[in-house]
Design a protein. Structure first.
Length: 187
């Protein structure tokens, strides 16, 4: 698929990690923030935290940016819009517009959707790079308190203590966020 999220599809390791060491294990890495999933909430939080100077990693199993820009919200709306344009063209006479026969080229509809998804993924990758957040493509699971094991999509593994979470989200010392603390609570 054109929007595949394997490391090879994006020109190498997405996370900058060398998982090809002899024993398959990495040196210990410490992150202040580790987020599972790069969907709407995860990516925005990761970009903000990384730009705020916190060492941040996002573990994403498959879809860079989450399902919305890849397979759900945006691609479906893209195809629905193509159908709407076809409907309007077929009914143009009702609006005083004269047209000829109208046909839908589904190959072009699919390509338009795929091009949009590819642009979205590229934008997300640029945002990870610009923010300093590390994107790790793999499946994460907690194996001990504050310790995450990630099975990388390219076959390697980042194992304890390689991802040690020191964020307040996992019970460590709280460090206030100016954005979160400035939001009024409505009860």
């Amino acid at each position: 698929m054109p929007w595949e999220t394997s490391a090879d599809a994006w020109g190498g390791k997405l996370d900058g990690h060398n998982s090809d060491k002899e024993d398959g294990m990495s040196q210990p890495e410490h992150f202040e923030i580790v987020i599972l999933g790069s969907g709407q909430g995860g990516k925005l939080l990761a970009w903000h935290m990384a730009q705020s100077g916190r060492r941040t990693a996002v573990v994403e199993r498959r879809w860079i940016g989450g399902s919305c820009p890849n397979i759900a919200c945006m691609p479906s709306k893209n195809e629905i819009w193509s159908a709407r344009v076809t409907y309007l063209a077929r009914h143009a006479a009702q609006f005083g517009t004269v047209t000829g026969p109208v046909a839908t080229d589904m190959a072009k509809v699919r390509q338009r959707k795929r091009d949009m998804v590819n642009r979205e993924v590229a934008l997300h990758l640029e945002n990870y790079k610009a923010s300093g957040a590390e994107l790790i493509m793999g499946t994460g699971r907690f194996v001990a308190p504050k310790t995450l094991e990630v099975r990388l999509n390219d076959g390697g593994t980042r194992v304890p203590p390689s991802l040690r979470c020191t964020s307040s989200a996992f019970g460590a010392k709280k460090r206030p966020s100016p954005i979160i603390n400035s939001v009024p609570l409505a009860l």
